[in-house]
Design a protein around this ligand. Structure first.
Ligand SMILES: C[S@@+](CC[C@H](N)C(=O)[O-])C[C@H]1O[C@@H](n2cnc3c(N)ncnc32)[C@H](O)[C@@H]1O
Length: 305
């Protein structure tokens, strides 16, 4: 049913209601929890609409010319001889969308390992944003009630963590820090269009200049921030800064992948047990659904000790 038709149907029900029952019906419509499910799915619709707007502004791999070089350099450092990879932003393109792109021949999940033959191998997919499913897991199952709290997303890119935080949490303030000016511009466009400006702020900066913001935050989110974007020395410098400024006792730190994994290849002397305590997460909350459990298991939660 289209909007105008639905509005007409609601009005028809109101007009047909007995005059004596109308005040109670209107009171129920204003105060009932019966509409919560509709409101929740409305948030999903809004996030999907933001993703649709952003898709129109970006090439299919969801990356900008300004960052190709840095990513290729750091991938080469990490793997020396990297397997072919494909960059697909999971916030912009969910699995069904990727399937339809593959069907249209615009994308492939496999690459040919011996040219001319039918021998193929699966491509490794890299996403530079959380998917809708991961965002809902983050706000509905990983983090506690955020009423009155300030969250900082380090490397906020398309703003997925910030916009989802606005829709799925009661966080008082959501800050994104992003070093790429073009991505800051895209986030600003969405903040204006979807009227998030009272709760969401984007700062165009290197996180290593934002000591006060990190010191005052209640929640810090770090989704693969440095791995693909900085060389090893710069990563070590950035982690040193994070470990010195994310210090407030009780602060919640969300990372992908685990801190152990991120720090394992960098020669650093951060004593994790003196800095954080890992909080065990229940990755089976969506057991009955067709869910990417492997992706959820990359999400780790720590409490600063
Ligand atoms: C993998 S994306 C994370 C996207 C987003 N937080 C999410 O979860 O959907 C990492 C982002 O961090 C940014 N970044 C990397 N190093 C940074 C730094 N030192 N300061 C600020 N942003 C940084 C990159 O430009 C990139 O856009």
């Amino acid at each position: 049913m289209e909007l105008a038709e639905a509005q007409g149907a609601v009005l028809a029900v109101l007009r047909a209601t007995r005059a004596a029952d109308l005040p109670r019906l209107l009171h129920w419509m204003r105060t009932s929890n019966d509409f919560d499910d509709f409101m929740l799915s409305n948030n999903d619709v809004m996030l999907r609409s933001i993703a649709e707007d952003l898709r129109k502004c970006l090439p299919i791999e969801g990356m900008l010319n300004s960052e190709h070089l840095a990513i290729q350099r750091s991938l080469f450092q990490m793997h020396q001889h990297p397997e072919p990879m494909i960059h697909v932003d999971a916030f912009l393109y969910d699995d069904d969308f990727v399937d339809s792109l593959c069907e249209e021949g615009k994308m492939s999940r496999n690459y040919c390992v011996a040219c001319g033959s039918h021998k193929t191998a699966p491509l490794e997919f890299i996403s530079h944003s959380f998917s809708l499913m991961e965002l809902k897991f983050l706000y509905q199952h990983v983090l506690p009630d955020l009423t009155g709290k300030a969250l900082v997303d380090v490397g906020s890119r398309l703003g997925a963590v910030l916009f989802a935080g606005c829709l799925y949490s009661s966080a008082f303030q959501l800050y994104g820090v992003e070093m790429n000016a073009d991505f800051c511009h895209l986030q600003e466009m969405m903040i204006t269009k979807y009227q998030f400006s009272d709760r969401v702020k984007v700062i165009h900066a290197d996180i290593c200049t934002q000591a006060l913001l990190l010191q005052n935050a209640d929640v810090v989110v770090m989704n693969n921030v440095f791995e693909y974007f900085l060389g090893s020395l710069e990563q070590a410098r950035a982690w040193e800064f994070i470990s010195q400024n994310v210090r407030k006792k009780g602060l919640l730190l969300v990372t992908v992948p685990s801190l152990e994994e991120s720090l394992s290849t960098l020669q650093m002397d951060i004593q994790l047990s003196q800095w954080v305590e890992e909080v065990q997460l229940d990755y089976d909350v969506y057991m009955d659904k067709d869910i990417d459990r492997e992706a959820l298991q990359q999400i780790h939660l720590y409490k600063i000790v």
